[in-house]
Write a protein that binds this ligand. Structure first.
Ligand code: SAM
Length: 372
């Protein structure tokens, strides 16, 4: 067990078991030992790879989406261009390169990166400088991004936010907690709060007909960010594109997972050393954004959105100027992003926009959800 494991055990010994959300928040975001605060976890040598790191086309098509959305909003000047959880900065750089087709877009943009990791902030700075991109302002959260028309992108950001879990028992839904086995250096373990939690009854999936042992999840932090995005877009105009893996309807099941060096791991075994994520409940994000007064398109499968945005045409154009090895890389990147048995269907795309705007690029009119 890691140094963070000792810290968690001490807190549990002093205060009793902690919620899964608190465990995730400490494991990922502890200022000294948290997973994201201490490393660049991306890429082959890291723990996992993301869509922008697989193919430049992903960020480029998002750049086209941003320009189109800005144009339909009436080309507001200035506007806040925000990425939540930008990783290495690859998506932002690819999007800005594609956006050069409309030079006025970059000229009107004030770039803001919401990133808690000092290691990744340094990496983003280097990526942006190498691409001659404008200098961004960094933020710990969306709250400090100045008001004004907002164009926002988040890829694999929401799945990193802490979730609470509740488990059905004979007498109701109990919060799932992280405790510690007895004895010195006892291993962390899951346990249930002694009494049923009234919070669970507010969750659509927590129905009385769920079997004993069923688990439902509540992405409180994710819903609050979606609500804030919706509020800002309803108030000042804008658009947000959210890509992540998750489900489009409230579901039952424990989706907390740990990944280390591209393999699944035990979520409790090495806190601070493994990536922890949970599937994103898109229906909950959509409801939060709609309740804030915005419209929601999707979610739709990532493969469908990329297809609608012209991934095949962009790959063909890139291949015209590529070596045979590069052509193979382009093809394999497209295949990985769109595979029906992989990222293409596991990942979903959803957009948040003002109610007055028609569905944003890549989303058909049938994907517009109900308005408030
Ligand atoms: C899985 S990585 C995704 C990186 C990037 N979007 C990509 O697609 O390559 C998650 C990103 O979100 C950041 N992050 C995680 N939790 C965060 C939080 N609570 N606030 C801000 N950034 C966070 C991480 O440091 C990292 O940059």
């Amino acid at each position: 067990m890691t140094g963070l494991g000792d810290r968690l055990r001490r807190e549990i010994a002093a205060r009793g078991p902690m919620s899964v959300a608190r465990f995730m928040a400490i494991a990922l975001d502890d200022p000294q030992h948290g997973y994201y605060r201490t490393r660049d976890p991306l890429g082959r040598a890291g723990d996992f790879t993301t869509a922008p790191e697989i193919s430049q086309i992903f960020g480029e098509l998002i750049g086209i989406w941003l320009v189109d959305c800005w144009d339909r909003l009436g080309r507001p000047e200035p506007f806040q261009l925000v990425e939540l959880g930008p990783g290495r900065g690859t998506l932002t750089v690819d999007a800005l390169r594609a956006a050069r087709i409309v030079p006025a877009f970059a000229a009107a943009a004030a770039l803001h990166l919401v990133e808690t990791s000092p290691v990744l902030r340094a990496r983003q700075k280097a990526t942006l400088e190498a691409a001659d991109a404008p200098a961004p302002a960094w933020h710990e959260s969306l709250a400090t991004v100045p008001e004004g028309p907002l164009l926002l992108v988040a890829n694999e950001f929401f799945d990193a936010l802490p979730i609470r879990q509740f488990q059905r028992a004979a007498d109701g839904w109990h919060e799932r907690m992280v405790g510690c086995e007895d004895g010195p250096g006892g291993a962390l373990c899951f346990t249930l709060a002694p009494r049923p939690s009234p919070a669970a009854t507010l969750l659509p999936a927590a129905r009385a007909d769920c079997p004993i042992g069923a688990v439902v999840e509540y992405g409180e932090a994710a819903e609050s960010v979606a609500a804030e995005i919706g509020r800002r877009i309803a108030r000042t105009g804008g658009g947000a594109l959210i890509a992540d893996y998750g489900h489009s309807r409230p579901g039952v099941g424990d989706t907390l997972q740990a990944v280390r060096r591209h393999r699944y791991a035990d979520p409790l075994a090495d806190p601070g050393e493994t990536d922890l994520t949970a599937h994103v409940d898109f229906s909950a994000l959509a409801a939060a954004a709609r309740e804030s007064g915005a419209a929601v398109d999707g979610p739709v499968a990532q493969a469908r959105w990329l297809d609608a945005m012209g991934i095949a045409a962009r790959a063909a154009a890139l291949k015209q100027r590529a070596t045979p090895d590069q052509c193979r890389d382009i093809d394999s990147g497209v295949e990985r992003l769109t595979a029906a048995d992989g990222m293409g269907h596991l990942f979903q795309m959803m957009s948040i926009a003002p109610q007055r705007l028609a569905p944003t690029a890549g989303f058909g009119s049938e994907s517009r959800g109900p308005t408030r």
